[in-house]
Design a protein around this ligand. Sequence first.
Ligand code: PHE
Length: 445
Amino acid sequence: MTERETWATRAGFILAAVGSAVGLGNIWQFPFKTAQFGGASFLIVYIVAALGIGLPAILAEFVIGRKANLNTISAFEKLGYKEWRVVGAIGLFTGFWILSYYSVVGGWVLRYIGGSLTGAYFAAPAEYFGQVSAGMEALALHAVFMALVVGIVAAGIEDGIEKATKLMVPSIVVILAALAVFAFTLPGASAGYAYFLSPDFNALSENFAEIVPFAVGQAFFSLSLGMGAMITYASYIDGDQSLFGDGITIVFLNSFVGILAGFVVLPLLFAQGIDPNTSGAGAVFISVAGAFGDIPGGQIIGFVFFAVVLIAALSSAISLLEVVVSWAIDNYDVSRPQMAIGLGGTIFLLGVPSAIDSAWLGWFDTLAYQLLLPLSVLGILVFAAWVYGAPAIDELMKGSGLGEGVGLTWLWLARTLVIVAVVATLALGLQTLFLGESPAIVPPL
Ligand code: PHE
């Protein structure tokens, strides 16, 4: 077997992880929910959740991945806990499952890139969305998106994922910033900033029971936790860089891009007098898309906007295909490109029902978000903090230059608060599953 690959640089790892974290969630969920849940006052709750709960959880995945230098299933065996491979398997399955429909949404984005240039959706955005989000065309574009993902992953860690995300992540930031400046120049945009960020402690306190679990769930999903992605990416780290420092950088950049996206979409909507009172697919593909029809240069602006959405979706999707490819090439003597094609093809097939009928997509999404993700995060945390314990602290502290107290704080946060938060998320998820409420990521279409 050939030698296992590694990232060429520390920045390469960080950017790849940020690429995984920054995805559709940052663009179609974060800005709208922030506005709805109390603006700046919600941001405080979110930041506490991201730092107090998301950060310890992402560090748990990093520790497992770097210590074992193996894929998300074999890692547990290498650390001496063979039975815990089932936790890795749940994560791998979750990633597999999510990618199947995430790629369908990626296909819609491709459609909108073309549709922007021709102005196809300008006149009737809701109808257009209904037409392109299901059926043969959606299926074909799902295939194209998956082919792009396979192409990047097939090229390898350093030559594929690292090179791609080094280009993609800075592009996302620069283009979103440019779009934010453009949105700022539109008459009427300022109401958007007020809607987005003005603190509303009433909205916060009235909906607290709904907001806290949302903030926690969003922190997990947005940091790509529970999908095997962060364990897998950390397994390619070669060296003793501070995992703690990397984790903070990733959490910060991920939230920053969410806020930046808010500075694009909300002013755009307000300048066009469109009610942003929705989130999810409808927010981006109907409301924001609708705004492009009326602004000067809407074809170009729409094209650029959907291009950023595509880059964000792609850089997340590759992290999920890598989870399975990594497992396959660690265990079987088959080349990376062959595995990428074979597994990418299988995931494509799993996504066929979602592409044909968006009710399936909603069902896939609900199951992942309410059950698979929290279950997987829970398993990882119990393992890292309660079962593995002391060696996990050593691994976390390696190369960090920080005192022992930081490691102990991490351990006790992970053992207590973070686990309680995940159990609560799982309980809520099960409740939603069985009481049949609407899905969390993609609202009913
Ligand atoms: N963090 C991603 C997002 O916000 C979640 C994700 C990662 C989804 C990878 C799919 C694939 O969209």
